[in-house]
Design a protein around this ligand. Structure first.
Ligand code: ADP
Length: 240
């Protein structure tokens, strides 16, 4: 990579990081006061829905800022892994249960989780990956659609798979969706919800764990996203 390109990438990453930090402080104040107002006993009914909107939108903004910060850390090579051995089966079950409670599109879920699958990984970052893939399946699948989740143990690696029957991704877009800020299907209605950050972060995190992530999809028919991670057995074998 040329020196100029390296400098530009560094400047972009510094810029994202600076903006995100600058946005965080006023947003914390907005969220704090909105939270206090919500507790007011005499709040007029007509103001409650406006306040709800402020709270929801600031939560959304906070999520975007956190994602941007994550991206700038990844780009600066500044993201440390804090690996520990943990039970991904239990972890996924809990994550799915609390996540599904918040979903509002009447999706039909099936979930098959192999028992007691243990991995050596950064629990917070793997949670980010799974949340990104769950949110995408939710976002890009119509009301009443289906989402199937599977976690399987293949001895030297584990595989997570999430299959939806949503809008799907064209072959051409499939080659680019893991790039930063890339949005496939530009005409998709909910443009405001889309940043093109999640899959970039997902890929980087999985690669940092020596795993693989990929997508299989057909436009109009749905998408399947998979990632693998080496098991502790495989890591021990390669490190010995
Ligand atoms: P975002 O969803 O915030 O735009 P992502 O990086 O997670 O960002 O995804 C990049 C693009 O890939 C999305 O804009 C969308 O066009 C496409 N995409 C991701 N997941 C799916 C999915 N399950 N079904 C259809 N399209 C998807």
């Amino acid at each position: 990579m040329s020196l100029i390109l390296t400098i530009i990438i560094q400047m972009k990453s510094d810029f994202i990081s600076m903006i995100s930090h600058e946005f965080r402080t006023p947003l914390t104040v907005i969220q704090g006061y909105a939270g206090l107002l919500k507790e007011e006993p005499n709040m007029p009914e007509k103001n409650k829905s406006k306040l709800k909107l402020i709270i929801e939108e600031s939560k959304h903004l906070r999520e975007i800022i956190d994602k941007l910060l994550e991206v700038s850390r990844i780009e600066a090579g500044d993201m440390a892994l804090h690996k520990s051995k943990y039970n991904l089966s239990n972890n996924l079950r809990k994550l799915f249960e609390s996540w599904a409670r918040l979903c509002e599109k009447n999706h039909k879920y099936s979930i098959e989780i192999g028992s007691d699958i243990e991995i050596l990984a950064d629990q917070t970052l793997i949670r980010t990956v799974i949340t990104n893939l769950l949110s995408n399946a939710h976002k890009y699948t119509q009301e009443g659609g289906t989402i199937d989740i599977e976690l399987t143990d293949h001895n030297d690696h584990i595989q997570f798979k999430i299959k939806d029957n949503g809008i799907g991704i064209s072959k051409e877009d499939q080659t680019q969706i893991f790039n930063l800020f890339y949005l496939a299907d530009k005409g998709f209605a909910r443009e405001a919800d889309r940043m093109g950050l999640g899959l970039f972060t997902t890929k980087k995190i999985i690669e940092m764990h020596n795993g693989k992530v990929w997508c299989e999809s057909e436009k109009g028919k749905g998408s399947t996203f998979c990632f693998t991670l080496p098991t502790e057995r495989a890591i021990a074998f390669f490190e010995s």
